[in-house]
Design a protein around this ligand. Structure first.
Ligand SMILES: [Zn+2]
Length: 511
């Protein structure tokens, strides 16, 4: 179902950096402290206090910028690596200095891109239904955060209080080009950025705690197909910056809502509702009501009176610093997905599942795969057994009582068993904290030596005991065979499943 317009979205993503202290003072950069306990004269903006830059914030910005394929402070007319701090002036109660230290014309990272997979093939999809999309990055710059206004939400008209713990904590603002053409693409981009920045230790990207925040600049292009026009001509609607997006789902819903709203506004006034004729506006997304409310018309950069901060020296990033950051990146998610597919024969979907769970899970997979000698089997067993067990127990893979070596041993020794037998054995091991041998002894579930004559006799008696299944099978219901297989497996715990199936086929052919 295609809309009669093209949605055009650019994102502004703020991520809070995982530094120990704030950007320009020694106050702790930690979420959840009692209000106004992490403040000092510098972040309170008291007269006479002077900021000192946090080197770690620059190091994390470099890692993020390189992962986003950005140039590092490579500005015409400036020495290589030259970047500086600027004051962005505005008045708001949570900004005690009345300016925010940011980066205006010489950002530390700029002109990059990120390739993301949109709707990767899931089990129900055909291969090729997903596609990859390159999203341009205009810039990624450092800035300090503002504090938080705590509004009384009792509805009784109480006062608003200000918590300045967040004031001066380091942010990286990532601004994309308007390359995203749907809600799905925007969400895929955000998921990839979150995964990457978490893996790199740049940010924990918790939207609930505000360490990842996102605004979406949305407009639409409506094709003008009337006679006499050039093909491909379109009308562009004015931009709306949608704020207050508190989850990836809200980002997707807000983009769809705003694009549809703009199309209605355009249809009501096709000549007037155009970019340039109507000013850019800012809207707040109300997730409960599923709508965006226009709040104000947006300031232009000139309104902020940017100027270089006289209290902070410019930063010159050296080639050595860039190289050190690049070396520390490791294998990024996109490369990791491609390698899991080519090295182990994993499907795009399975590779995506493992990579999305993070580097420790991928390392676990690779250790099991190396020991078992079959990456696909290792991935299947981990997905079938380890993931459900961990999620049921609320554990991370690093805390799993079954190490990769122990699980590789498990995969090999339980190969002849059924899936249910494996589930039961692993469940017993986890519940009682015992190894596989002990679990096999306690449950009696273990692979049996193949005694073909005995097993054939068991199959014959199962066939004799299930005349209905046999009749169904003979009448053409191939699935009825499984009732016989199941009966044999129940009566012979640990019997090799493949041999049972083969013997059932042979014996049924003789009935
Ligand atoms: Zn401070």
């Amino acid at each position: 179902m295609a809309e009669p317009y093209t949605t055009v979205v650019g994102l502004e993503v703020h991520v809070q950096l995982l530094t120990r202290t704030k950007l320009f003072c020694g106050c702790p950069n930690r979420f959840g402290l009692p209000p106004n306990t992490a403040t000092c004269p510098v972040c309170l903006g008291l007269p006479g206090s002077l900021p000192v830059m946090n080197r770690e914030a620059v190091r994390l910005a470099l890692k993020a910028g390189l992962a986003l394929n950005c140039a590092i402070a490579s500005h015409p007319g400036q020495p290589p690596g030259f970047t500086k701090w600027d004051r962005k002036n505005y008045f708001y109660p949570d900004l005690p200095k009345n300016y925010q230290v940011s980066q205006y014309d010489l950002p530390v990272c700029h002109d990059g891109w990120l390739e993301v997979e949109v709707a990767p093939a899931s089990p129900g999809r055909q291969p090729g239904e997903g596609y990859s999309k390159r999203v341009g990055i205009i810039r990624a710059h450092l800035e300090e955060d503002a504090g938080k206004n705590l509004h009384d939400e009792s509805g009784r008209g109480g006062d608003t209080r200000v918590d300045l713990n967040r004031t001066g904590t380091p942010l990286l603002e990532i601004v994309t080009r308007p390359d995203l053409n749907s809600a799905d693409e925007a969400v895929a981009f955000l998921e990839e950025v979150r995964l990457m920045l978490r893996e790199l230790g740049v940010s924990d990207c918790e939207m609930q705690e505000g360490s990842l925040r996102c605004d979406a600049n949305v407009n639409i292009h409506v094709p003008l197909a009337s006679p006499g026009r050039e093909p491909g001509e379109y009308a562009a609607t004015p931009l709306t910056e949608v704020k207050n997006l508190n989850s990836f789902r809200a980002v997707g819903r807000a983009i769809q809502y705003e694009a549809a709203r703009q199309y209605e506004a355009f249809r009501a006034d096709p000549e007037g509702y155009r970019i340039g004729k109507v000013a850019k506006s800012t809207a707040g997304w109300d997730d409960a009501r599923g709508r965006a409310e226009v709040q104000r018309h947006k300031e232009e950069a000139a309104d902020y009176r940017y100027f270089p901060d006289p209290d902070l020296v410019p930063v010159v990033v050296s080639a050595e610093q860039v190289e050190a950051a690049r070396t520390g990146l490791g294998e990024l998610p996109r490369a990791q997905r491609a390698r899991l597919q080519s090295q182990y024969g994993l499907s795009a979907y399975d590779a995506g599942v493992f990579v999305a769970k993070g580097r420790p899970v991928v390392a676990y997979l690779e250790a099991v795969a190396a020991a078992v000698g079959d990456g696909k089997a290792a991935a299947n067993r981990i997905a079938d057994l380890v993931f459900p067990a961990l999620s049921a127990r609320g554990e991370e893979i690093g805390a799993s009582p079954v190490s990769a070596a122990a699980f590789a041993d498990f995969v090999q020794r339980t190969a002849p068993l059924t899936k249910q037998d494996r589930v039961d054995l692993l469940g017993h091991m986890l519940e009682h904290g015992v190894d596989l041998t002990a679990a096999m002894d306690a449950t009696g579930i273990k692979p049996q030596e193949l005694d073909e004559a005995a097993l054939r006799a068991a199959v014959a008696s199962a066939i004799a005991a299930n005349p209905k299944a046999v009749a169904d099978f003979k009448a053409g219901k191939a699935a009825a065979k499984m009732a016989i297989v199941g009966a044999v497996m129940r009566a012979n715990k640990g019997a090799p499943n493949e041999a049972v199936r083969r013997l059932v086929d042979e014996e049924l052919a003789r009935v």
